[in-house]
Ligand binder design. Structure first.
Ligand SMILES: [Zn+2]
Length: 334
C-alpha cells in the first residue's frame, strides 16, 4: 500500500471514530441524568438547540441532517424522560397518602419506563420506603385466591370483600378469563390485585423456560388487556418454580406461607381454622375462589383477623411494605 493510501485509510478511520464518538455522546443524552438536569434542561427550557450543540457536541463531525435527526430524537426522548420524572414524583405523593392498588400500579408502570437504570433502581427503593413508612407498626396480612375467575363463586367473594372493605389478591388462570371479563373489571374497581396464575395451570418446572414464560405471559397479557392491571408478579401452580426459569422471565413469583388446604379438605371450618392458626404479621394466605367453602369461610376469617388487629393488604402492598419489589424472586411471605 502506498504511503498516500495508508494516510487516506488512517484519515477515514479517524473520521469514523469521531463520528462514533459523536453518536455516543448523543446517545448518552438519553440516559445521562447530569446532562438532562443541567445543560440539556436549560437548553430545552429555552428551546435553544444551538446552545446545546455548542456545549455538548462538535457540529462539524456528522452530516447536518444526521446530526439534527440525532439531536431531535435525543431532545424528545429527554423531554419525555423529564416528564416521567415529574409524573413519578406526583405519584409518590399520591402513594404516600394512599398506597391503593391503582396508585401503586401507576407508580410501578411509570418507573418501568425510566431509561436511566440507576434512577429506576432509586425510584423503586423510594417506592418501597414510602410503603414501609405508610404501613409501619401495622400487622399486615394478605388474602390470596387462586384458579379463578369463576362466574358463580367469585362474585360472591367480591361481595363479601366489598362489604368488609377488604382488598385481596387474585391469581387467575388465563383460559378461564373469557366470558368473565366483567369480574376482572369489578376486581380492579374494587381495588383488588389480579395477576397471572399461568394460562393452563401446568407444572412449570416440567416445561422449557420458553414454554414456562409463554404460560405466564399469555395470562398476564390478557389480564392487562381486560383490566389494565400489569404487575410483574405471578403465582406458579403447585408452588413449582425454579431459579433458571425465574432468571429468564420479567416476573417474580408470589407463593404463600399459610396453606388453608382448601383444595383437599372441603370444609368451611377447616379453612377458617387453618387461616387463623397460620396468621402472623407478613403472612400470605392461600385459598381458592372456586371453592364455595373457602368463600363461605372468608367473612369469619376477616372478622377474626380484624379483631386481632390485622390490616389487610394486597401482595404488592405487602412486598413493598416488607421487602423490596424486585424481578426474578420467589416471595413466600415474611
Ligand atoms: Zn392453582
Amino acid at each position: 500500500m502506498s504511503s498516500q493510501n495508508v494516510k487516506k485509510v488512517q484519515t477515514q478511520l479517524q473520521n469514523l471514530e469521531v463520528k462514533f464518538d459523536v453518536q455516543k455522546k448523543v446517545n448518552a443524552l438519553f440516559d445521562s441524568d447530569v446532562v438532562v438536569q443541567a445543560d440539556l434542561k436549560q437548553s430545552l427550557l429555552k428551546k435553544n438547540i444551538t446552545e446545546l450543540q455548542i456545549s455538548q457536541i462538535k457540529t462539524s463531525e456528522l452530516p447536518q441532517d444526521q446530526f439534527l435527526s440525532h439531536i431531535n430524537s435525543a431532545v424528545s426522548s429527554a423531554k419525555e424522560q423529564l416528564n416521567l420524572r415529574v409524573k413519578v414524583s406526583d405519584l409518590f405523593n399520591k402513594v404516600s397518602v394512599e398506597p391503593s392498588n391503582s396508585n401503586l400500579l401507576q407508580a410501578e408502570d411509570t418507573i418501568r419506563t425510566i431509561s436511566n437504570e440507576q434512577l429506576k433502581t432509586s425510584y423503586q427503593q423510594q417506592l418501597t420506603s414510602i410503603c414501609a413508612n405508610y404501613y409501619h407498626g401495622k400487622k399486615l396480612i394478605a388474602l390470596t385466591y387462586d384458579d379463578g375467575p369463576n362466574p358463580v363463586t367469585t362474585p360472591q367473594l367480591l361481595d363479601i370483600l366489598e362489604q368488609n372493605k377488604v382488598n385481596a389478591s387474585f391469581f387467575e388462570i388465563g383460559n378461564r378469563i373469557a366470558g368473565n371479563e366483567a369480574l376482572l373489571k369489578r376486581q380492579t374497581n374494587d381495588g383488588d390485585q389480579i395477576s397471572s396464575h399461568t394460562w393452563t395451570h401446568p407444572v412449570l418446572t416440567s416445561l422449557s423456560v420458553d414454554e414456562a414464560n409463554s404460560e405466564i405471559t399469555k395470562a398476564a397479557d390478557l389480564i392487562k388487556t381486560v383490566s389494565s392491571q400489569d404487575w410483574q408478579l405471578f403465582r406458579p401452580p403447585y408452588e413449582a418454580i425454579n431459579q433458571p426459569i425465574l432468571d429468564k422471565i420479567n416476573f417474580s413469583a408470589v407463593n404463600y406461607d399459610v396453606d388453608t388446604l382448601d383444595w383437599k379438605i372441603h370444609s368451611v371450618d377447616s379453612v377458617y381454622q387453618r387461616a387463623i392458626s397460620g396468621a402472623h404479621d407478613g403472612a400470605i394466605i392461600l385459598m381458592h375462589d372456586i371453592h364455595p367453602w373457602s368463600v363461605q369461610a372468608t367473612p369469619k376469617i376477616i372478622a377474626t383477623l380484624k379483631n386481632e388487629g390485622y390490616t389487610f393488604v394486597t401482595v404488592s402492598q405487602m412486598i413493598l411494605a416488607k421487602g423490596n419489589l424486585e424481578l426474578h424472586k420467589n416471595y413466600f411471605g415474611w
